[in-house]
Design a protein around this ligand. Structure first.
Ligand SMILES: C[S@@+](CC[C@H](N)C(=O)[O-])C[C@H]1O[C@@H](n2cnc3c(N)ncnc32)[C@H](O)[C@@H]1O
Length: 214
């Protein structure tokens, strides 16, 4: 687990806003669909996939028909309850949702791929989560992420975020750049295979990294 104070903070922040988050429309639907297409193109029908920070589970449910199994986890009970409520008779049967911190091991590892969408900037100790990701991947497995890089945002936004966090309006964040993510992924034992910007925004790189064999 990440440090207990950060863990409790993340739980209570995301529990508090879970219902509101579930109602929020996707910012850029075309970019979201492109992300799903790119992820599907990387996955095989036999793959067992872990999604960390899965939120309300929509992405896990969309990816499930193309793989063997998706285990989708989130620190927030509120998010996981909403995700589980989507497991009706028409939902894919090969998805399970669990409340687990991204810094913890998940039952069923090693996985063929791990997805982390809009998550890493919310993690206080990113190297720890990347180490845990590597530990839970088969050699050659993929770590697929899309991360808000606040170091690449305007000066005004960078100044505003800590104030919004202090007021409880925004979550606690780590300021990252695409270069930081590349460096941290390489240090954790990954090779970068793809970096792309989907949609108009240039501040949230989609990065595909492969676990090195050793
Ligand atoms: C911005 S939402 C993104 C949700 C989803 N991945 C998406 O793309 O819509 C961030 C999610 O990360 C979760 N989260 C934050 N810190 C976490 C942690 N330490 N471990 C696991 N999940 C975490 C939150 O509860 C929330 O559901």
């Amino acid at each position: 687990m990440q440090n207990p104070i950060s863990h409790r903070y993340a739980q209570s922040f995301w529990d508090r806003i879970a219902q509101k988050y579930a109602r929020k429309p996707i910012d850029d639907p075309a970019a979201y669909e492109e992300k799903l297409s790119r992820v599907r193109a990387l996955l095989r029908a036999t793959d067992r996939v872990l999604e960390i920070g899965c939120g309300t589970g929509s992405t896990a449910l969309r990816l499930a028909p193309d793989v063997a199994h998706v285990t989708a986890t989130d620190v927030s009970r509120g998010m996981i309850d909403i995700a589980q409520s989507k497991l009706g008779p028409d939902a894919p049967a090969n998805v399970t949702f669990q409340q687990v911190d991204a810094a913890d091991l998940v039952e069923g590892h090693p996985f063929d791929a791990i997805c982390a969408f809009s998550l890493l900037h919310l993690i206080e100790d990113v190297p720890n989560v990347l180490d845990r990701g590597r530990e839970q991947l088969k050699p050659g497995g993929l770590f697929i992420s899309k991360t808000e890089c606040l170091k690449n945002r305007s000066v005004l936004m960078r100044a505003l975020v800590p104030a919004l966090t202090a007021m409880g309006i925004a979550p606690r964040v780590t300021f990252l750049s695409a270069g930081d993510l590349h460096r941290l992924l390489r240090a954790a034992g990954f090779e970068i295979e793809q970096t792309a910007y989907l949609g108009a925004k240039r501040t949230n790189p989609f990065i595909v990294a492969r676990r090195t064999a050793a």
